[in-house]
Design a protein around this ligand. Sequence first.
Ligand SMILES: NC(=O)c1ccc[n+]([C@@H]2O[C@H](COP(=O)([O-])OP(=O)(O)OC[C@H]3O[C@@H](n4cnc5c(N)ncnc54)[C@H](OP(=O)(O)O)[C@@H]3O)[C@@H](O)[C@H]2O)c1
Length: 363
Amino acid sequence: MNATDFIVARHDLQQCRFIKTRLPDPSALAEGALLVKVARFAFTANNITYATLGDQLKYWQLFPAPEGFGNVPVWGFGEVVVSSHPAVAPGERLFGYFPMSSHLVIDATDVTKRGLRDAAPHRQGVAPVYNAYARVTGNKDFEGLDGDHQALLRPLFMLSFLVDDFLREHQFFGARRVILSSASSKTAFGLAHLLHSSTEPIHVIGLTSAGNAEFVRSLGYYHETVLYDDVESLPKDVTVAFVDMAGNSGLRVRLHHHFRDAMKYSGQIGLTHRSFSPDEPELPGARPAWFFAPDQIRKRAKEWGPGGIDQRFGAAWSAFAPELPQRLTVIESRGPAAVKQVYQDTLRGRIPPAQGHILSIEP
Ligand SMILES: NC(=O)c1ccc[n+]([C@@H]2O[C@H](COP(=O)([O-])OP(=O)(O)OC[C@H]3O[C@@H](n4cnc5c(N)ncnc54)[C@H](OP(=O)(O)O)[C@@H]3O)[C@@H](O)[C@H]2O)c1
């Protein structure tokens, strides 16, 4: 039996194709191994960022591909087809990090009622979140919530939740306004939702492109929507914290020169625009720094104790999730041609922000 894998050239993401790879004989699966069908997965700009940072952040190591190519990691649901682990039954559903493939073999370990981990040696060099799977069947975290919206938003909303927590913990670094770039992105509008529902009087500004401005306004999470071309129209003497999803060096330079000392925080989160220059000049105002989610997770896990993050995140997600069907239209596409099309459209920034794409390689 073969798996179908979608692979991309690591240093030229435009180049992509499908290949067949051999799956182990189901009757000869190693002890503890699971043969999992990758049933459906979400695809957003975040996945393109995984590919862009594949070498630096070791994402390419997770799902091996032929020399020079990589398999882009995605968040989604799998279904166990064959199990050689005594505690996991065929038919079980798992939620986690998968390759863009029809199948994955997981070396199941640390199996609990709620989840398991892939112990494959090549997956151990990354943060634990990237090799953990939630057992969906019978898991109350997944009950009553639409699976597609979970796959599309839940992993991104964790980042929104952590940045919101981080900004509050630091009293917004003394800023009165928070500016988010790529305001139309799911990660940004999740954060805007959290900031907007704050009892603290923080003003939330969304920066976006002309084509996405109407969507950003329609969300109702931003107090103000400003086009990239118009950032110099913002009052320069009101203190700001900048949370950057776009990773656009030119934009950052303009913002720092506009706000100067009124720029109290400048956090880098994403690279949606893929126009990041490694040689950015020294900038006035707060020093730009990458926000590293695992650091905030480690800190809060220690301070809040076992289950503390899950409980708070669960409450925040429960307040956000019911709003999603009004904000995002889920578009499901199956088969190799559709997967390639959505990949290429996402790479070129051609997906309207009100769409959420759910894919499956199997037709
Ligand atoms: N550090 C972390 O742990 C972490 C976690 C989650 C997400 N993130 C990052 O946050 C960013 C947003 O991810 P997402 O999945 O939420 O994005 P998304 O919903 O797919 O965002 C789509 C938006 O990004 C902008 N965009 C996308 N592709 C573009 C292109 N080729 N050219 C120009 N603009 C483009 C457009 O927004 P505008 O027109 O509004 O600019 C577009 O509406 C990603 O870079 C992701 O990696 C980081």
